[in-house]
Ligand binder design. Structure first.
Ligand code: ADP
Length: 485
């Protein structure tokens, strides 16, 4: 109660409150006049003692009420003051010159008081309307954020949560604690996150690094004990001087997508396993059949059989790629590393592929030995993919160039073609799973967009790097580097 009264009396605390009182300035100013009169007549025993007090005290009252109650407050405080001044003139029995000069002074002061009250009262009301406008804007903005179909959490520059919408509560299955400061600990228990556990506090990360965090994923258990996958992005918000003033996090529940992806992955995994067994048997029967056909026998049958073997090989490669993608998804692709000479591996695979490729594969080796510790089968897979791609995407050209170099610690291989090339913005994406830069609908180039994804994972598994340099219509050079053994 006392606090409320003090708050009411404090004019600064009243800013933004557009309820201007009439009774408060009127009653207080009148009471002050009565008190001053009582003091002058009874305690000071001199009616003229009000003199300077009647000016100072009432100017202060007018300023106060104009600020406290706007134009209305200032106007009525001034009015009471002027009336009080006339009352003084009347009760003190002035006459002649003194009377006329007092009336002129009172009228003059009255005008000054009214102008003062008007300026201060007008300023007060202007500030109020600006504050109200801002508050309305804020409310409107909060209503929009509240109803957005994503979860939103906003913190100040120190990471203290200032605002969270209902969707954030729903997605995180908890009431987001306003006032909580995000640090290394997050306010929800994160089950796992990619790529590192530090993503637990994405807000803290974005604030400390000053960089946005884009599409990081973590999972949590909801109230029913069900695993929920959450995708989050955080932006540090800066003012015009580039200082971070806040951070905003956007949360998306991606559980449905992840479940669908898992079902698709499970299906691919199952289908490729189911296809692998009959295909292996088919290949065995075909090889047996081919060996039974005399090489100088029916040439048409032999040719047909060879095409069946070729198509079965293609099918087997596809199924193997599908299996590899599944293994990579589940982290089950393992490597059997041995000491190899990369130069030899490249020569062998080029020799093996040359008969099935119309381009001339040219090998330029500037160093003698390239010893590496690697899985021969998997490195062959990478090279075969790069060479067959180079041929596939440069049908009207005649040459593929493979170069090998080394520095102190790494071997560097490049496979260059002079074909269709790849647009700059596609160059990173082609290493993603099932991504095809060429329009898959056009069916101009066969393929499923798995080769480069598998190659990248194989090279990563050998602590190497793979990348591409390319210009549209001029050709592409794919590079990979591997640590030397
Ligand atoms: P795909 O089976 O489609 O060839 P990859 O993963 O091997 O799958 O390649 C992904 C995409 O990258 C291809 O669809 C193609 O658009 C592009 N690409 C790969 N190699 C080349 C190349 N040498 N020249 C041009 N585009 C290429």
């Amino acid at each position: 109660m006392k606090k409320r009264l003090l708050r009411y009396l404090n004019p600064i605390a009243q800013l933004g409150n557009r309820q201007y009182s009439l009774a408060f300035p009127l009653l207080t100013t009148a009471s002050m006049a009565i008190l001053l009169e009582v003091w002058a007549y009874i305690f000071a025993d001199n009616p003229d003692a009000v003199g300077i007090f009647a000016i100072i005290l009432f100017v202060l009252l007018i300023v106060y009420f104009a600020f406290h109650d706007g134009l209305k407050g200032g106007f009525f405080a001034s009015l009471v003051t002027i009336l009080y001044y006339f009352y003084i003139i009347y009760t003190r029995g002035y006459s002649g010159e003194r009377l006329s000069s007092s009336i002129i002074l009172t009228l003059g002061l009255g005008v000054v008081y009214l102008i003062l009250a008007f300026i201060i009262g007008w300023l007060r009301q202007k500030i109020d309307s600006l504050l109200e406008k801002e508050a309305n804007e804020k409310k409107r903005f909060q209503a929009i954020i509240q109803q957005l179909p994503v979860g939103i959490i906003v913190t100040d520059a120190r990471g203290t949560i200032e605002f969270a919408n209902k969707n954030a509560d729903t997605i995180l299955s908890t009431k987001v604690p306003i006032g909580f400061t995000v640090g290394e600990k997050f306010f929800v228990k994160v089950l796992d996150s990619k790529p590192s556990p530090s993503t637990q506090s994405l807000l803290a990360k974005a604030l400390s690094t000053g960089k946005p965090v884009i599409n990081e994923e973590f999972s949590i258990l909801n109230k029913n004990g069900k695993k929920v996958f959450v995708e989050a992005s955080v932006s540090p918000i800066r003012n015009s001087k580039n200082t971070i003033i806040a951070a905003a996090e956007i949360l998306n529940d991606v559980t449905l997508q992840r479940e669908q992806e898992k079902r698709k992955d499970d299906f691919i995994n199952m289908a490729s396993h189911e296809l692998k067994t009959p295909l292996t048997s088919m290949k065995l029967y075909l090889t047996a059949l081919k060996s039974k056909l005399p090489s100088n026998g029916d040439r048409r049958s032999l040719k047909t059989l060879e095409s069946i073997v070729y198509q079965t090989d293609r099918l087997q490669n596809l199924v193997n790629d599908l299996l590899d993608v599944s293994r990579l998804q589940t982290g089950k692709l393992s490597f059997h590393k041995e000491r190899l000479d990369l130069g030899e591996v490249i020569k062998d695979i080029a020799e093996e592929l040359q008969p099935s490729i119309p381009h001339k594969i040219e090998i330029r080796q500037s160093v003698k030995k390239l010893p590496i510790l690697a899985d021969k089968f998997r490195i062959n897979q990478v090279l075969a993919n790069l060479i067959t791609n180079a041929a596939k995407y440069s049908t009207s050209e005649k040459e593929i160039v493979i170069k090998m170099t080394r520095d102190k610690k790494t071997a560097l291989v490049s496979v260059k073609d002079f074909g269709i090339g790849i647009e700059k913005e596609e160059q990173k994406k082609i290493f993603e799973r099932l991504y095809q830069a060429t329009d898959p609908q056009s069916k101009k180039y066969s393929g499923l967009g798995m080769g480069l994804f598998i190659s990248r994972e194989i090279i990563k598994g050998h602590r190497g790097k793979i990348w591409v340099e390319s210009s549209k219509d001029k050709g592409s050079t794919f590079y990979f580097s591997l640590p030397l053994a």
